[in-house]
Design a protein around this ligand. Structure first.
Ligand code: ADP
Length: 551
């Protein structure tokens, strides 16, 4: 719904209020005028009635002299109260619209018969003797008129002609009505035309309404002017001030010296609010400026760090490239000739005629194998660091692993005359895993076992199924030097060896076990070690339930 402006609403309310007041005033004024008129007409009728009474009384007082001779003998000259009263009434009404007449229920002539209004009045007077007059607006000769009736009480003078005995002829020869003293003998009926008075009412009401309208317009105008001056005008100014603030002009102020306290207070509050907004805004601005500087500084720092990072990245890329180059160099430049040396040593060993030559070739082959294993481990570690190691999970029969390991181990153990046993229980299930990685883990573990076991010792690879825990266990045991309890954890860290001086004695890089641990983790396997110093060690790869193929 469209909202009305305060001014329009104010004008509508004023119009409605003044309109209603006008209607009420008009209605009341018409009624008051009518009532006043009625009273005025009644008063006028009373005057007429009193005049008729005076005529009646005059005749009554003088008729003895009129209707008697100077000798005192009765000589009716045609004059008595009723005749004179009626005649005066007829004469009075002759040339105007006024009517004065006498009436009763049983008149001596038909002219005296009562009409509707008069019957009503006579009935009222007869029924209630305290009622002496009756008047109202009523039709007379089809015109709205003011009708007045006054009761005529029978007095002693009336009894002469109208008193008892009823039916006896009176002095003028009419039968008497048989009235008694103080009874109602009839009524004097007066008709006054109202058109002139009606015109007066109309003109009075018109004048009053006109005056009321004039006063209303003047009062309304004054009220509107005062309201506009002291309310609308300041409100309009405030509206403009608010839109100025909204538009960003925070220096706007309002005139505080107004005639009305409320508007002055409002203006003061507005100025106070504008000041506060200005303060908050300037605070905000300085905070924003501070934040912008901080942001700029942070941005610059970030830029610097990004540059450093970019530089480091480039360096890293170069280093990675160098490392990759080194790896491919190691791969190509070391492994290729080493493999050739090992193959050559194998062939030469079988072709050697003397036992001394064969032994020499066997040593070359064994050392070559050890070196190759070390290079392979280093390459694996490097690949793992580069994140380029991928696991290829497949279903594996661990029997195949045992066969592969056996073939690799044979050449390593012959020199040391170590007994190597490899077995797999018949209930070992198929597993999920990376064949190459499991092989590399076992090569490392068995390689260590050979390395740390003295001549004529024994090494065992045993694969079994733990039905209780539903796991497959790959155990590599040796009867070697053993590992102290406190070293059992750290030997799985890179470059950690129980005794670094042993490097020279046993050889090795300290990387084998860390690779075993990483490969185990890659396949979700775990690794455990048990050992007794001087008696030997057992490394166990535990393949969990979820890596076991369900049958
Ligand atoms: P390394 O190349 O030195 O063998 P590893 O990581 O394979 O490196 O082994 C770390 C160290 O753990 C070895 O140097 C050795 O001290 C100890 N170790 C590993 N396997 C055995 C074992 N079977 N018997 C005794 N000590 C072992």
């Amino acid at each position: 719904m469209k909202k009305l402006s305060l001014k329009v609403l104010y004008l509508i309310v004023m119009t409605v209020v003044f309109g209603l007041a006008l209607i009420v005033f008009f209605t009341v004024d018409v009624q008051v005028q009518e009532a006043q008129n009625k009273e005025m007409l009644a008063e006028e009728a009373r005057v007429f009635a009193a005049e008729m009474d005076a005529v009646w009384e005059f005749i009554q007082n003088t008729q003895k002299r009129i209707n008697y001779t100077s000798d005192g003998a009765y000589e009716f000259k045609g004059l008595h109260c009723a005749i004179v009263g009626k005649s005066v009434g007829i004469l009075f009404s002759a040339n105007n619209d006024y009517k004065i007449r006498y009436t009763n229920f049983n008149p001596r002539s038909v002219q005296g018969l009562p009409d509707g209004f008069e019957e009503k009045a006579l009935t009222l007077f007869n029924d209630d003797r305290s009622q002496k007059e009756f008047y109202e607006y009523s039709e007379f000769n089809k015109e709205r008129s003011f009708r007045y009736a006054r009761a005529l009480e029978v007095d002693s003078s009336c009894l002469e002609c109208h008193g008892e005995p009823a039916g006896e002829l009176d002095i003028v020869g009419y039968p008497r009505e048989g009235w008694t003293l103080s009874s109602v003998g009839g009524a004097i009926s007066i008709v006054i035309p109202v058109d002139i008075y009606q015109e007066v009412v109309v003109s009075n009401v018109t004048r009053d309404v006109g005056f009321f309208l004039l006063i209303t317009i003047v009062i309304g105008g004054v009220i509107y002017f005062i309201t506009a001056r002291f309310v609308f005008y300041p409100l309009d100014k405030m509206k403009v001030a608010f839109s100025d603030i909204q538009g960003g002009d925070l220096h706007v102020t309002m005139e505080e010296s107004h005639l009305t306290k409320e508007i002055s207070d409002l203006a003061k509050n507005f100025n106070e609010m504008a000041r506060e907004i200005k303060t908050v805004y300037s605070k905000l601005e300085s905070e924003v400026a501070d934040r912008t500087i901080e942001l700029r500084e942070a941005n610059e720092l970030l830029k610097k760090q990004r540059d450093i990072l970019q530089r480091l990245n480039i360096e890293l890329e170069q280093k990675t490239k160098s490392k990759d180059d080194l790896l491919s160099m190691v791969n190509h430049e070391l492994r290729t000739p080493l493999t050739s040396i090992i193959t050559f040593a194998e062939i030469s060993k079988t072709k050697s005629a003397s036992a001394a030559d064969r032994q020499s070739w066997e040593e070359v082959e064994a050392n070559g194998q050890a070196l190759l294993a070390m290079i392979n481990t280093m390459l694996d570690i490097a690949r793992s660091d580069a994140g380029s190691i991928k696991t290829i999970v497949e279903v594996i029969d661990l029997g195949d692993i045992v066969s592969s390991v056996k073939a690799t181990v044979v050449s390593l153990i012959t020199k040391k005359r170590i007994t190597f046993k490899a077995s797999i229980d018949s209930d070992v299930p198929l597993i999920y895993g990376d064949y190459e990685k499991i092989l590399r883990m076992l090569e490392n573990l068995i390689g260590n076992a050979i390395k740390f076991t003295s001549e004529e010792g024994c090494i065992e690879l045993k694969i079994s199924y733990d039905a209780i825990n539903n796991t497959v266990l790959i155990l590599v045991s040796d009867s070697g030097i053993g590992i102290a309890q406190e070293d059992m954890e750290r030997i799985f860290e890179r470059f950690e060896q129980v005794d670094s001086t042993s490097t020279r004695h046993y050889g090795g890089s300290g990387l084998g076990l860390s690779l075993v641990k990483e490969y185990a983790a890659l396949q979700n396997y775990s690794i455990a070690v048990e050992s007794t110093l001087g008696k030997g060690s057992t490394f166990t790869i535990i393949i969990p339930k979820k890596a076991i193929v369900k049958e």
